[in-house]
Design a protein around this ligand. Structure first.
Ligand code: WQD
Length: 339
């Protein structure tokens, strides 16, 4: 079995990708500092896969630890998720984000180069597009000034990959620009574990559904959209995980140096109200919400043109919005039972 290192592999998208890699015949190895994940995710992975997936506890910025991992394991590739991702927090603590998100990629690339590990899939984000002028947004759409230091770290990391590939070192890299990841594994053994009050819509909706939160505030309903609320491309995390497996397999067919970018979305846009209605349908209960003021920095509408990933990676999202919300809700109910 070919070993694939997953940085941040105990996290929301990382853990789902570990399952998808195993199902595709790869052997995942995790490094995670558990700053935004819990060890319970490893137990969930064991319940789903029957395997104790090797996990190194630590920070990708720790060059000695990374050297140890690459020495102890023959790696075919790396999927790099480990990064801070809270948009709001990044504006308050920019240096925390620049240090962690950028230095960890630099240390990873240095270690990969030293150990002749050529294949890297990087977790990027549609946030690099800002508010696109034309929709659906294509990979060729010029990136805009990021709305947050978090978004800027994603742009800078993409540029670092381009420069490293252009330096003719043996690197083949793919940046996957995620749209809005939601949902949970259909087993309800792993899912999103937001720290504190969720800033993202769907975990706030499900926590309101179980009574952890009193009421959802919809951040504005006076936008130029079908129902006045913002439009996003909500993609099931299991679909997103599959895209990473396809990307790793694609890289194995490419000769270094190689770099490419793919949008990972459903190709459909849904409003906040669409999410609320779909949640009420799958949960069978009304959601307590009110309309509040707009959230500064929010993009009004964005959804993906997915032709490139459909054609070149032979990947297409399988789950729809309701199925993703069903799985988010089942996961929330499973969490409530554990508490
Ligand atoms: C979605 C919509 C809100 C909460 C960000 C990052 C992106 C990725 C996902 C990391 C918006 C509305 C939200 C609430 C609301 N992050 N909303 N009430 O901002 O599209 O994307 O998170 O990987 O990179 O940019 O996601 O879920 O925060 O918001 O009305 O309590 O829901 O206004 O329209 P966003 P989100």
């Amino acid at each position: 079995m070919e070993n694939i290192l997953i940085t941040g592999g105990a996290g929301y998208i990382g853990s789902h990708t570990a399952v998808a890699l195993l199902e595709a015949g790869y052997q995942p190895i995790i490094i995670d500092d558990f700053s935004n994940s819990e060890k319970s995710a490893l137990e969930g992975l064991k319940k789903i896969t029957g395997q104790d997936i090797a996990c190194y506890e630590g920070d990708c910025n720790d060059a000695a630890l990374m050297e140890r991992i690459f020495t102890e394991n023959k790696l075919s590739g790396v999927i790099h998720f480990a990064a801070f991702k809270a948009v709001g927090e990044s504006s308050m603590l920019p240096l925390k984000y620049y240090h962690n998100n950028i230095s960890s990629l630099v240390v990873l690339l240095e270690t990969m180069n030293k150990h002749n590990v050529e294949n890297l899939v990087f977790s990027s984000s549609c946030t690099v597009y800002g508010q696109p002028d034309k929709l659906p947004v294509k990979e060729s759409t010029p990136r805009k000034k990021a709305e947050s230091p978090y978004g800027n770290t994603k742009k800078i990391c993409e540029d670092i990959l381009v420069d490293q590939v252009n330096s003719k070192v043996a690197l083949s890299a793919i940046a996957l620009r995620y749209f809005n990841p939601i949902g949970a594994h259909t087993s309800s053994e792993i899912g999103e574990l937001p720290l504190g009050v969720p800033s993202n819509l769907v975990p706030f909706v499900t926590q309101t559904g179980v009574g952890i939160r009193e009421e959802l505030t919809v951040f504005g309903d006076d936008y130029d959209t079908p129902d006045g609320t913002c439009v996003r491309d909500y993609i099931h995390v299991m679909d997103l995980a599959e895209a990473h497996v396809k990307a790793i397999s694609h890289l194995k067919e490419k000769k270094a140096p190689f770099y490419d970018i793919f949008n990972v979305g459903t190709g459909n846009g849904n409003t906040v109200m669409d999410v609320i209605k779909a949640f009420e349908k799958v949960s069978g209960k009304p959601l307590n919400y009110k309309i509040g003021p707009r959230r500064p920095g929010d993009v009004v509408k964005v959804w993906a043109d997915t032709a490139k990933i459909n054609d070149e990676l032979n990947w297409k999202a399988r789950f729809n919005l309701e199925e993703a919300l069903r799985d988010s809700w089942n996961w929330q109910l499973a969490l409530s039972k554990k508490q």
